[in-house]
Design a protein around this ligand. Structure first.
Ligand SMILES: Cc1ncc(COP(=O)(O)O)c(C=O)c1O
Length: 404
């Protein structure tokens, strides 16, 4: 059997649809972020990154780097085992305490990524709770969808950000069902934010557990970076808050927070927690430092909001359409996978601007986009260079008529 021919056939169909993924090979420049060295022969040596999820530049914050370097010097590189078998270190426990405090919960549990935390927590809840039914927002992230699928629990999809639809679907469930409502605060591709209070009220009315993914909100929203649930004063009404250490906190890893019993339950039954090497202690130390810093400091968030507002204003002034939303994410809709790729290539090669085209399956077909995430370290000149480049392209490619 020619297995490569099978692989190639699948890849060819991806290419034919314009959805084949090409990674940019970059090296971030410490101290100069969002500048990065590009290894792409057709692009300038230095490019400006406009699509990073290191939203606040914490990945190169001196305090965070020092914490990681000191921890490596003190404890070495890897954890050396699973949390159960010799990999449970003091740094992990300290980080879990920091995370529980961040969300005002009694306990937290670390995972190797946000993806794994969603996958492991939802698959465990769905498979171990009696008569579990998971009600999932239709735009939930792949990690939640996969976790739910793996749990084999009954799944009900409710309309995106629609508490009334959720209400109807909860009402239709049998009274013995253990109901779990899974949703996100900031949806990362459209940048919209859920009606959290209404969703909680509906869930409470039906005695359902709430499972909230705050991956794109932690570090970014709330007085101490506790996410949208902190900003709205609702964290205490959410059963489980899940987040990442890899985006605004600039490191890597994922977590859940909730009651002691909930975290102990996931700790004790989740295969994705039990059977994998723990995060390196130095990663835990760096993440804790980043969280602690953003609990105290609002400077990064304030400057980031300023730059987001500035980019939106400049796009409006130049007539470049972008999805309106209340978050830090600026999607410029292209609605065609091939054009989206072409525009991204020209931006990179002619202007040294790196923005990854967002195509299917990350977003539905026909909604392809360039997704900009301005940060506190983008200068006004960076913004001006970006909008001028987009404006030139809009005219040059005459695509204006094809975008909404
Ligand atoms: C909503 C959402 N949840 C979870 C994840 C996974 O987080 P991580 O990147 O830490 O694996 C992502 C990643 O982009 C996400 O967008």
């Amino acid at each position: 059997m020619d297995f490569d021919a099978l692989f190639d056939a699948e890849l060819d169909s991806l290419r034919a649809d314009g959805n084949y993924r090409i990674f940019a090979e970059l090296e971030r420049k410490c101290g100069a972020f969002p500048k990065a060295r590009s290894f792409d022969e057709d692009a300038p040596d230095e490019v400006t990154v406009w699509c990073s999820n290191d939203y606040l530049g914490m990945g190169q914050h001196p305090k965070v780097m020092t914490a990681m370097q000191d921890a490596i010097a003190a404890h070495g590189c890897g954890a050396g085992g699973t949390r159960n078998i010799s990999g449970n270190t003091h740094q992990h426990r300290l980080l879990e305490a920091e995370l529980a405090d961040l969300h005002g919960k009694d306990a937290a549990l670390l995972f190797t990524s946000g993806y794994v935390s969603n996958w492991a927590a939802l698959s465990t809840l769905g498979s171990k709770l009696p008569d579990a039914v998971i009600l999932s927002d239709e735009k939930n992230h792949a990690s939640m969808i996969e976790g739910i699928r793996h749990s084999k629990a009954d799944k009900v999809i409710w309309k995106h950000n629609d508490p009334e639809d959720l209400d109807r679907k909860l009402a239709a469930l049998p009274s013995n069902a253990t109901k779990i409502v899974a949703f996100e605060s900031v949806y990362s591709m459209d940048g919209d934010i859920c009606p959290m209070e209404e969703i909680i009220e509906v869930a409470e009315k039906h005695g359902a557990m709430t499972y909230l993914d705050e991956v794109h909100a932690v570090g970014m929203y709330g007085q101490r970076g506790g996410g949208v649930s902190e900003e709205l004063g609702l964290a205490h009404r959410i059963t489980l808050i899940e987040g990442t250490l890899g985006k605004a906190y600039g490191v890597v890893g994922g977590y859940i927070t909730g009651s002691v019993a909930l975290c102990d339950f996931i700790r004790s039954f989740a295969s994705g927690f039990i059977f994998t090497t723990a995060l390196p202690p130095a990663v835990a130390a760096a993440a804790r430092t980043s969280i602690a810093h953003l609990k105290e400091s609002g400077i990064e968030r304030a400057r980031q909001r300023q730059q987001v507002a500035k980019l939106r204003r400049r796009l409006d002034a130049l007539g470049i359409p972008h999805l309106p939303n209340p978050s830090h994410i600026i999607p410029v809709m292209i609605k065609d996978p091939v054009k989206c790729r072409q525009l991204a290539d020209i931006l990179m090669q002619d202007f040294g601007i790196y923005v990854q085209p967002i195509n299917y399956p990350t977003v539905p077909k026909g909604t392809e986009r360039l997704r900009f995430t301005p940060g506190p370290l983008h200068s006004d000149e960076d913004i001006e260079r970006l909008v001028q480049a987009l404006s030139t392209l809009w005219k040059r490619c005459a695509i204006a008529h094809a975008v909404a």
